[in-house]
Write a protein that binds this ligand. Structure first.
Ligand code: SF4
Length: 445
């Protein structure tokens, strides 16, 4: 077996080498993996799925929870077992935060910190056989470079990274340690990247960052000006703003989305708790009164807007009463979707040493209650949009004999498959809700 692979490697060295990528975690990681992959593909590599034998595997890790760490370790071990002679690279937040842990996994060859991401191709290309794990650029809090990134997948939508890092100090969060200080590239550079994306045929861009609304610290620009400039990029027909902190989602940004012909009425806002006591302990920069005003402003200007809300359950000291306050607050503000995260202890955070940790069983129970609430809110949102005419960008994938796409306000609509509609924006009347939860639609021609 070993001989076979060494011979195979030698043969492939003169031809194209195979590389596989695995991405865990957030949209930023996906955009960065996509950019890394392009560099390899431009340089005599061919991409294969991670389930196949490759010469090189790059795993872009996530460390947002203990469970995310576990998934990364399991994935690395699985790949190493599957292809023991391949070069294995681990990068991303877990690599940055705990490089020794990943380097200790037998078979991992390179652990690349955040500042090293842009050089992974050069390093992999310079080695042709397995070696003892080496760690690069993982010094905590030293991440300063900006790895420009955008994803190009199925030619319908692309994640464009506009900002990295975070200067906030939420008590539970490890991201500032993994990603460094808030920083960005200029509006001009970002518009240039958007033009490249437009040239590839992609119609929709999702603007992505760690603390996206904090854009502009490095260049003295601001997020609203970024949006205004992106609107002028020819070829891109739709933009969505990924998660934005409530204190940075200003009236001006909401007003701009209302009048914009390209920015869609889709807001993803982290609430984290609907209890002011817990919000203060979390060191969030708003209270429920402020958050309510944001949501009310959105619905006043854009009644059909999609609002997705992040919420953490089981934060240390969260009582039943605190959780009920969150539950009731969510019912009151009536979002379309909830992203639910059971609290997870992360090393070197303020909360890791806090007393009053909540048992896993209680976290699971609270998450379950919010999941049920989410299902109700989501179906109600779909029902409110029944018989409305929306514009749907149809995607490349086929499910049985159906194809899907998303409306401006993020309703997933399915219609019978028609190949020629892939990547097209079509007017559709929402006619019902399928068993799988998607909306069903009728094309309006
Ligand atoms: S805003 Fe808070 S939760 Fe978000 S990345 Fe920054 S520190 Fe973490």
């Amino acid at each position: 077996m070993l001989v076979f692979f060494i011979i195979q490697n030698q043969v492939i060295m003169n031809e194209k080498r195979k590389i596989a990528f695995c991405t865990l975690g957030c949209k930023l990681n996906f955009s960065e993996t996509s950019t890394l992959a392009r560099k390899f593909l431009e340089n005599d590599f061919i991409r294969v799925p991670a389930c196949q034998i490759a010469d090189v595997y790059v795993v872009n890790t996530c460390s947002v929870t203990e469970n995310a760490d576990k998934k990364c370790r399991q994935l690395l071990r699985k790949i190493i077992k599957q292809a023991p002679n391949a070069i294995i690279v681990a990068t991303g937040c877990y690599a940055q935060l705990k490089p020794e842990e990943l380097a200790a996994i037998e078979g991992v060859d390179i652990v690349a910190g955040a500042d090293m991401k842009g050089n992974i191709f050069e390093y992999v290309n310079s080695i042709s056989e397995k070696r003892k794990a080496k760690i690069f650029s993982c010094e905590i809090n030293e991440t300063k470079s900006f790895f420009k990134a955008f994803s190009i997948g199925d030619r319908t939508r692309s994640f464009l990274k506009v900002q990295d890092g975070c200067d906030y100090n939420c008590a539970y969060c490890t991201i500032p340690m993994a990603r460094g200080k808030s920083r960005n590239i200029s509006i001009e550079e970002i518009c240039n990247e958007a033009e490249i994306i437009a040239d590839s045929g992609v119609k929709e861009i999702i603007i992505t960052g760690i603390n996206t609304g904090d854009f502009g610290k490095t260049t003295g620009e601001n997020f609203l000006d970024l949006l205004k400039n992106l609107e002028n990029v020819e070829g891109i027909e739709r933009y969505r703003i990924s998660s934005i902190e409530p204190n940075l989602l200003t009236d001006e940004i909401i007003d701009f989305v209302r009048v914009s012909s390209k920015f869609l009425p889709h807001f993803h806002i982290p609430l984290q708790s609907g209890c002011d006591k817990i919000l203060a302990l979390m060191r969030r920069r708003y209270n429920t009164k402020f958050f309510r005003q944001r949501i009310n402003h959105i619905f006043k200007l854009i009644p059909d807007a999609f609002t997705g809300i992040d919420v953490i359950v089981g934060f240390p000291t969260e009582t039943d009463e605190d959780f009920n306050a969150t539950y009731n607050f969510l019912q009151e503000i009536n979002p379309a979707f909830l992203h639910i995260f059971p609290y997870s202890d992360r090393a070197n955070t303020v909360t890791s040493t806090m007393k009053g940790k909540i048992a896993n069983s209680i976290k699971t129970e609270r998450a379950g209650k919010l999941k049920t609430l989410c299902q109700t809110l989501h179906s109600e949102f779909y029902r409110r949009n029944m018989l409305k005419t929306v514009n749907v960008l149809f995607e490349n994938s086929v499910h049985g004999d159906m194809m899907c796409g998303f409306s401006e306000n993020y309703i997933k609509v399915e219609i019978p498959y028609q190949k020629e509609l892939t990547g097209k924006i079509m007017k559709v009347e929402i006619t019902g809700i399928a068993e799988n939860g998607n909306a069903t639609g009728k094309l309006i021609i």
